[in-house]
Design a binder for this molecule. Structure first.
Ligand code: PEP
Ligand code: MN
Length: 338
């Protein structure tokens, strides 16, 4: 809900209006102009009667914002949010950040070797799953804590911040202690209990889009995290489910300008899970950077044919380097760097 007050409204009247809304449990954001003031109300505004608010002689207009998200809304936060992940900044006019690493952590040596290769190619963060959301209960489920500690070792060796997926609340302390960027996977995008818990965390969050979720549902999931107090959310598009079987998912690149228009949060693209095929990863990476993505998250393995998960969509380090080099050229065209 947006309320604007008349030109010359005295300070004490403004304060009365603000206190009135705050007393109803709403958060008030004041945008002060030279001639007018505009309030954005965050919270449950359903209990507010527009006509009663408009009856105040100092109120110029009362507008209900149709979008149900507030904290993520560009309207109340014009500037791009730049998320700092252990010193690596994502968003705004910052460089495009490339994250690389295996689908699953397999052992310490594998994590360290891949981290070194990712860094040498120009990657700025290491990804790796230790808790894996697998379709089959008989498939490899991840190394758990041991995998997280392998990533920590790889970070010690390379200085790369680490990204890993959190699947349940009972691992929050572990992630708060060891992981730099907490990934919420596609399958948990609407696990509202988990989102609320992550909203209380101090670490930034990489929020993947659900398998078949609308953009608004996705933004509302970010809103859950932000409403809990954690405003460092990065969106990640990883393809959505359509009728098309030639690719694992259908990469929806239109979300890049839409997320940037509707929200102030950064967005990264995952061309690996989006296509399911390493051959298409380069083309989709180039397209994503051209469309304004703030980052890429790509699966990389020194031996994809023997990777414990997602080998078919995984790049070898040399190919990863080529993709980064080509993306850098595209980044220059759109006024950024890698
Ligand atoms: C992953 O990044 O390893 C993963 C499981 O991705 P998604 O949640 O997008 O399927
Ligand atoms: Mn994977």
């Amino acid at each position: 809900m947006i309320i604007s007050t008349k030109k010359g409204t005295p300070q004490e009247e403004l304060q009365k209006i603000i206190s009135g809304f705050e007393a109803q449990g709403l958060e008030v954001t004041l945008i002060r102009g030279t001639d007018y003031n505009v309030f954005g109300l965050v919270g449950d505004t359903t209990k507010i009667n527009d006509k009663v608010v408009a009856a105040n002689p100092w109120v110029e207009s009362v507008t209900r914002v149709s979008a149900p998200y507030k904290k993520a809304n560009r309207l109340f936060h014009a500037a791009d949010t730049i998320v700092d992940v252990a010193g690596v900044k994502i968003g705004g006019k910052e460089n495009v950040v490339v994250i690389g690493g295996p689908c699953s952590v397999e052992c310490e040596q594998q994590a360290v070797d891949i981290a070194k290769a990712v860094k040498a190619a120009g990657g700025r963060m290491l990804r790796g799953g230790a808790y894996k959301p697998r379709t089959s209960p008989y498939a490899f489920q991840g190394l758990g804590t041991e995998g997280i500690l392998d990533l920590v070792k790889a970070r010690e060796e390379t200085g790369l911040p680490i990204v890993s997926e959190l699947m349940s609340e009972d691992r929050i302390d572990e992630f708060e202690e060891y992981v730099d960027l907490v990934q919420i996977g596609a399958r948990n995008m609407q696990n509202f209990q988990l989102l609320k818990a992550v909203g209380k965390m101090k670490k930034p969050v990489l929020l993947k889009r659900g398998l078949a979720n609308t953009i608004e549902e996705w933004i509302m999931s970010a809103e859950y995290i932000m409403a809990g107090g954690n405003e460092n959310v990065i969106f990640c598009e990883r393809g959505i489910r359509t009728f098309e079987p030639y690719t694992r998912n259908t990469l929806d690149l239109s979300v890049i300008p839409i997320i940037k228009e509707k929200t102030h949060l950064p967005i990264v693209i995952d061309p690996s899970h989006a296509t399911g095929n390493w051959r298409y990863v380069e083309a989709m990476s180039l397209a994503a950077v051209a469309a304004g993505a703030d980052g890429l998250i790509i699966e990389v393995h020194t031996d994809p044919e023997h990777a414990w998960s997602d080998g078919a969509q995984t790049l070898k380090p040399e190919k990863f380097r080529q993709v980064i080099d080509k993306c850098r050229a595209v980044a220059h065209v759109v006024g950024r760097d890698i």
